[in-house]
Write a protein that binds this ligand. Structure first.
Ligand SMILES: Cc1cc2nc3c(=O)[nH]c(=O)nc-3n(C[C@H](O)[C@H](O)[C@H](O)COP(=O)(O)OP(=O)(O)OC[C@H]3O[C@@H](n4cnc5c(N)ncnc54)[C@H](O)[C@@H]3O)c2cc1C
Length: 383
């Protein structure tokens, strides 16, 4: 079996100064009533106003070049901002995908014109992106996508549908994986990524409601949608390789183990007067696991900063992290008598209900547990 090692990353002093700054900002925002902590806000907590404020603070596009509106700070400083936003349960969904993966994707593969057009708006928190990968008949087996883009003059004509598209009803653009050449011997070939304007004629966005009743994801139907040829990202036919490169960003960040962190914090607050050794041990275990996951996630951030593509380690963080998010729910239910409801007045009951109702998605989104374990096993040479 091959070894999997991650660098031991310590946060520099600058990053800790930044932590203080962002905590002060978040406390102030909370006191002013701009948000109430919630679970899973990186997918469900939409506030364009809040995203613009984060952009104004210089906390979006943090690592990108200044000439594209970025701030040329380190990936570790970005890590601190990310974990503080998640810990606070702040409404960050509007900008999340754009800051996490569309920006890096465009920096790596986009044309100069695309970079100049989109990155400064992303860094200001003024433009939002959805991810158009999954289709009604294509989820884990992503290379089987059947949405097609056909060339007609200087345009692409796109037909097909995407499903489970988070935030498409708020987003301006969708990074859409399409087939630009017929399926050949290798189905991973002939795929491309297109920047699709979600307000274009021929696009219908239908809501799919969560168990909480919230409108979070959608079905996006594309009928003869015209897309200018310069909206292709990178090289035609290289969409598979480019999409895979995005996954290390998508799978390894603190959002993969902190979706239920606001519940953990409330649990600790509730137990602060408890004398129960059982409760202390259970919470101690949760905190120790959190620390380990954080170390691993930081290690992946360190490798990404060095320009590496740590797909296997990223898959491991997501697998262990999502299991952990569910464990917080289990422990919270065991330790505190509760009556979970999203409309509950008690913040513990409300956070618990949000966590329970969002939990089924944790191990599915961004690659299911079974698929991730396959990647890890192959990477370690045991499959
Ligand atoms: C909250 C949430 C948000 C999402 N947001 C987005 C989004 O913004 N954009 C987007 O494109 N998609 C999004 N998705 C979709 C997500 O990426 C897919 O649900 C996921 O890739 C799985 O695909 P599927 O649902 O078609 O399940 P399937 O692929 O049909 O899988 C069904 C089951 O079979 C198992 N399985 C499948 N293949 C194998 C195999 N080879 N070996 C072992 N087991 C296997 C899976 O693990 C799973 O348990 C979101 C999903 C959720 C839950």
């Amino acid at each position: 079996m091959k070894e999997l090692t991650l660098p031991n990353i310590e946060l520099p002093e600058d990053a800790e100064f930044l932590r203080k700054e962002i905590r002060e900002f978040l406390n102030k925002e909370r006191k002013q009533g701009s948000f109430e902590p919630k679970c899973d806000t990186w997918l469900g907590g939409y506030s364009a106003e809040f995203s613009r404020k984060i952009g104004h603070q210089g906390w979006l596009g943090m690592t990108w070049p200044k000439k594209y509106g970025g701030h040329e700070r380190s990936a570790l400083e970005r890590f601190v901002v990310t974990e503080e936003l998640l810990a606070a349960g702040a409404p960050v969904a509007a900008h999340w995908f754009g800051d996490r993966q569309t920006g890096p994707l465009l920096l790596r593969y986009g044309t100069e014109e695309q970079k100049q057009r989109f990155l400064p708006l992303l860094a200001k928190g003024e433009i939002y992106f959805a991810i158009g990968l999954s289709e009604p008949n294509s989820g884990s087996d992503l290379a089987s996508v059947s949405t097609r883009a056909k060339k007609s003059g200087n345009k692409w004509i796109v037909n097909g549908s995407k499903i489970w598209t988070s935030g498409a009803h708020h987003a301006h653009y969708m990074i859409t994986l399409v087939r630009t050449a017929p399926v050949g011997d290798k189905k991973h070939e002939g795929l491309s990524q297109i920047l699709l304007d979600l307000s274009a004629p021929g696009i219908t966005i239908r809501p799919i409601h969560l168990m909480t009743g919230e409108h979070h994801f959608n079905e996006v139907i594309m009928e003869d949608v015209e897309v200018s040829e310069d909206m292709i990202i990178g090289k035609e036919g290289e969409g598979w390789k480019q999409s895979l490169a995005e996954l290390a960003y998508e799978r390894s960040g603190p959002e993969r183990f902190m979706s239920t962190y606001p519940l953990l914090e409330e649990l600790v607050r509730r137990l602060s007067d408890s004398d129960s050794d059982y409760a202390k041990i259970a919470v101690g275990r949760l905190v120790a696991r959190l620390w380990t996951l954080r170390k691993m996630s930081l290690g992946v951030a360190g490798l990404l900063e060095q320009g590496k593509s740590p797909e296997i380690a990223a898959a491991l963080v997501k697998d262990l992290g999502t299991e952990y998010e569910n464990e917080i729910i289990k422990v919270a239910r065991l330790l505190i008598p509760s009556n979970p409801s999203v409309t509950a007045e008690s913040s513990f009951d409300a956070l618990l209900a949000q966590a329970i109702l969002h939990a089924p998605g944790f191990t599915l989104r961004g690659g299911t547990t079974e698929i991730l374990r396959g990647i890890i096993a192959r990477g370690l040479g045991v499959r």
